[in-house]
Design a protein around this ligand. Structure first.
Ligand code: ADP
Ligand code: MG
Length: 152
């Protein structure tokens, strides 16, 4: 997927506390089928991991288990009806590293993929990827946008 292909905003909202971002994640989880790929764009501290915690909790994973997989690249969570793979591509320098870890088995498998720092691997994201942007507005306020997936 290219980053220019999802310029249309389907949904836009603001949260005013970390708990609200988690609550959005819990609600958003209703939209997710097994096999879905969700890319979470946003700077450090935007709230990507909070949103992931909300999604995971709604699907049956204990929130305390959910943390940014900064040193491991992927965390896998069980407890949901399907596997959840939580990626952090922050330390990826070349998409090649992602090829080597067999990313296709994850992105085109039956689990749910939740990806922090997806810009580094944007060319490898499936066209159907659900794209969320989280923007830091002020200390407690975040703007979340859900983008229209590619329809080609
Ligand atoms: P990221 O994974 O994007 O780096 P985290 O979810 O780990 O971000 O952290 C977000 C930080 O911002 C936390 O310290 C959290 O307490 C703080 N925060 C303040 N307001 C919000 C909000 N509205 N939504 C999410 N996090 C918030
Ligand atoms: Mg994080």
């Amino acid at each position: 997927m290219s980053l220019t292909h999802h310029a249309r905003t389907l949904l836009r909202l603001e949260t005013h506390a970390p708990e609200e971002t988690k609550a959005f994640g819990r609600a958003f989880a209703d939209q997710l089928q097994p096999g879905a790929v969700v890319a979470l764009f946003g700077d450090l501290g935007a709230g990507k991991t909070h949103l992931v915690k909300g999604i995971c909790r709604a699907l049956g994973v204990a929130e305390a288990e959910v943390n940014s997989p900064t040193f491991t690249l992927i965390n896998e969570y069980s407890g949901a009806p399907f596997p959840i793979y939580h990626f952090d591509a922050y330390r990826i320098k070349h998409a090649d590293e992602f090829y080597e870890m067999g990313y296709e088995d994850y992105f085109y498998g039956d689990g749910l993929c939740l990806i922090e720092w997806p810009a580094r691997i944007a060319p490898l994201l499936p066209d159907e990827t659900l794209v969320l942007y989280i923007e830091h507005i002020s200390e407690q306020v975040r703007r979340i946008r859900l983008m229209q997936p590619d329809d080609n």
